[in-house]
Design a protein around this ligand. Sequence first.
Ligand SMILES: [Zn+2]
Length: 321
Amino acid sequence: MDFHSFLGNDTLKQRLSTAISAGKISHSYLLCGPEGAGKRTLARLMAAAMQCVDSGDVPCGTCAQCRKVFSGNHPDVIFVDDEEKKNVSVELARRAKEDLYIRPNEGKKKIYIFPRANDMNASAQNALLKVMEEPPAYGVFILLSTRGEALLPTIRSRCTELTLSPVEERVALGWLRMQFPQESTDVLRSAWRKSGGFLGKAKDFVGEGSDLCEETIALATALGKGDGLSCTLTLNKMEKLKREQLLPILQQMQTVIAEAMTIKAGISATGELSQHLATQLTASRLRELYDLFGKMAVASNANVGTGHICGYLAVGLRGQS
Ligand SMILES: [Zn+2]
């Protein structure tokens, strides 16, 4: 356990880890990022790192202080929120302020985490202003917000601002794979794409399945198996689609084929459809198909009828190697 357990955001983690290990802790932090970006998780890691009594990398995750923070039982790590209310009230902010003047129970710091700082109105924020200007040496505020602009400039300027970034595909997929071992890679990648790279959101999207059109899946599967009959049947069905329904399929086919080409080149190995295509088809055939779907997408954009495009594809997809 240390900051590495938080995925992605390497520069930010490095900065925090170095600063906290060296005892350079700000009195106020503002963590910004959309829903599902991991703001609470990071805030908890920061709080544990600040309270940790281990001499190595913090948080160690095993000392009594760390364990209490991670189980939510540390008396000096306080979440200031009332989830039943729409806003974080001025009373809550005032209570936190008064409580801060009571020394920590057992921790090195007394840490107040505001998980919904974006839901604090101006008077709630103003209630904190004074104490944020001159807090006791042990006092730390960690404000979490979906956007920095939700806070008053006077509050914001007192905070060390940290913005969470999306997690890159390879790292995100590894993590999603551990959470959902039974799901296909295509479903996990769709979830990652829809989430914008934020893992908390990606988890919610996994249940929605793949964002590839069913025709794309059918066509790529048929090509991957060298199953000419299924190819023809799928194309026959596609002839009835409207032009605006056909275009995304052509574009998705290009993406899947492009991925298969990268797999062939030994660069990446992600989607299952692409894997099958890479196994079944030669590099030059993949290139031909990529160009074919590209040309058809251009034709579809230029108002060529769906029937014509599917007919042309039927000829082009035959003769596969
Ligand atoms: Zn520890």
